[in-house]
Ligand binder design. Structure first.
Ligand SMILES: [Zn+2]
Length: 186
């Protein structure tokens, strides 16, 4: 009887985990930022010390950094680009490059979310996934890979962004990029 009960629990659990959406730990990033001594909703100070704190002491971000193999990541904090908060690419020498553009209103949480999003792009490049995606289509290869990478990066953002408006905006971005991948595969 006990075994049957256990079996039922296991079965119902696996059935449940297949249909249920994972509970999104959107509070986690705020919590982890504040454990470093930074206040999540205070303006970012654009110092190297704060950047290192976010990258090394916030486990959610540090886990992404450790996903990168042997490649070096060059971070550039600043520069302006209206309408864009971050950028990730690979440099000619093979190093990965992540830029967070300056904006006066950016808070610690915003910079952490941007770094995480761009790190997901960097992981796609470093792991070879980005190149595999390019091979999936005959035309528009790069655009397809970009849409796949954005879908992944915004999915990450959607898990960790905590305010409702940002989450709604992220959901619409995911929808757009998913439509883009479907359109290009047709
Ligand atoms: Zn992106």
């Amino acid at each position: 009887m006990k075994i049957l009960l256990l079996l039922l629990i296991l079965l119902s659990h696996s059935a449940f985990s297949q249909v249920a959406r994972p509970k999104t730990p959107y509070w986690g990033l705020v919590d982890e930022i504040e454990r470093t001594g930074l206040v999540a909703y205070q303006k970012y100070d654009w110092t190297d010390k704060s950047l290192q704190k976010l990258l090394k002491e916030v486990p959610i971000l540090n886990n992404l950094v450790s996903e990168i193999g042997r490649r070096k990541i060059v971070y550039k904090m600043g520069g302006e680009n209206a309408g864009k908060t971050g950028f990730a690419t690979v440099l000619k020498n093979g190093d990965l490059y992540i830029q967070v553009y300056y904006a006066k209103h950016l808070k610690n949480i915003d910079v952490a979310l941007t770094l995480g999003h761009e790190l997901v792009h960097a992981i796609h490049i470093d792991s070879g996934l980005f190149d595999d995606w390019k091979k999936n289509t005959r035309s528009n290869q790069k655009e397809y890979a970009e849409c796949m990478s954005e879908t992944g990066a915004y999915t990450w953002s959607g898990i960790y962004a905590s305010d409702t408006r940002t989450r709604e905006w992220i959901a619409s971005q995911i929808k757009n990029y998913q439509e883009c991948t479907k359109r290009l595969l047709r």
